[in-house]
Design a protein around this ligand. Structure first.
Ligand SMILES: NC(=O)c1ccc[n+]([C@@H]2O[C@H](COP(=O)([O-])OP(=O)(O)OC[C@H]3O[C@@H](n4cnc5c(N)ncnc54)[C@H](OP(=O)(O)O)[C@@H]3O)[C@@H](O)[C@H]2O)c1
Length: 235
């Protein structure tokens, strides 16, 4: 297998960072994209230490023009093609529906659903020029089950699941695999400042999700990698 060329949105921390580093261990070229450049720069150093080549790319996935320029620069770094696109960037807001406002609703829909749409749209051509091509859409258990206080988040993730399922059917004949990833609760900053009791000790580690993604990437052609569940550890 040749060196994978990878674009990871949300690669500055949490699950996206862990996926970037997992590919870096295989000498991949990895472009990490998000809004906070200090976090991206730190991950690029870690990518280098892990054996890969990294590049930080600022991008607001909710803003189409930001995505357009950022994907172009990412492709330039990756050498003209993308083998692996990871749509990971996401936000999470816990709010009872009675307190819901348009701002929270739009933030979840724009980042978690329009974000993957914009990024995939811009990345499609370079992806079709890639090798061992694969799109990973990081959804959630909240893409299959409703949770109280999560109307906006669930709506965005159910939407992402539909986007991913339909995209798979379109890209299959072109030789691009599309996996929807359904992590259970995972110990990241996503929960910081959110109301509720979050028992971090009982959660997945971001590296658990990254390992599932990597195994799916290297799975033989006939293997079913459509839906990747990453439930929390037992106990
Ligand atoms: N943690 C969990 O329990 C869990 C479970 C299921 C699914 N997920 C999903 O996994 C993904 C990653 O979450 P995480 O837990 O790793 O959270 P995290 O640690 O908060 O990381 C989120 C990443 O997304 C980026 N991001 C947020 N808004 C963005 C925007 N508008 N444009 C570009 N990048 C943006 C953040 O960077 P900036 O803020 O710097 O932009 C950060 O790099 C999300 O899609 C989340 O819904 C998480």
């Amino acid at each position: 297998m040749s060196t994978p060329r990878v674009l990871v949105t949300g690669g500055g921390r949490g699950i996206g960072r862990a996926i970037a580093l997992r590919f870096a261990r295989e000498q991949a070229k990895v472009c990490v994209a998000a809004r906070t450049s200090s976090e991206l720069d730190a991950v690029v150093i870690e990518i280098g230490k892990a054996g890969g080549q990294g590049r930080a790319q600022q991008m607001n996935v909710a803003d189409h023009s930001s995505v357009e320029g950022a994907v172009w620069r990412a492709v330039e770094f990756l050498g003209g093609a993308i083998d692996v696109l990871v749509n990971d960037a996401g936000v999470f807001d816990v709010k009872p529906f009675a307190e819901m406002d348009l701002k929270v609703w739009q933030r979840n829909l724009e980042v978690n659903l329009s974000g993957p749409f914009f990024v995939t749209l811009e990345a499609l051509e370079p992806l079709l020029d890639g090798e061992r091509r694969h799109v990973f859409n990081i959804a959630s258990v909240a893409a299959r089950k409703g949770f109280a206080g999560n109307t906006a988040y669930c709506a965005s993730k159910y939407g992402l699941r539909g986007f991913s399922d339909a995209l798979r059917e379109e890209l299959r004949p072109k030789g691009v695999r599309v996996s929807t990833v359904y992590p259970g609760p995972t110990d990241t900053k996503l929960f910081d400042g959110q109301p509720g009791q979050w028992d971090r000790a009982k959660m997945n580690k971001p590296e658990d999700v990254a390992e599932v993604v990597w195994k799916a990437y290297v799975a033989p052609e006939g293997a079913n990698v459509d839906d990747l569940e990453v439930p929390p550890p037992k106990g």
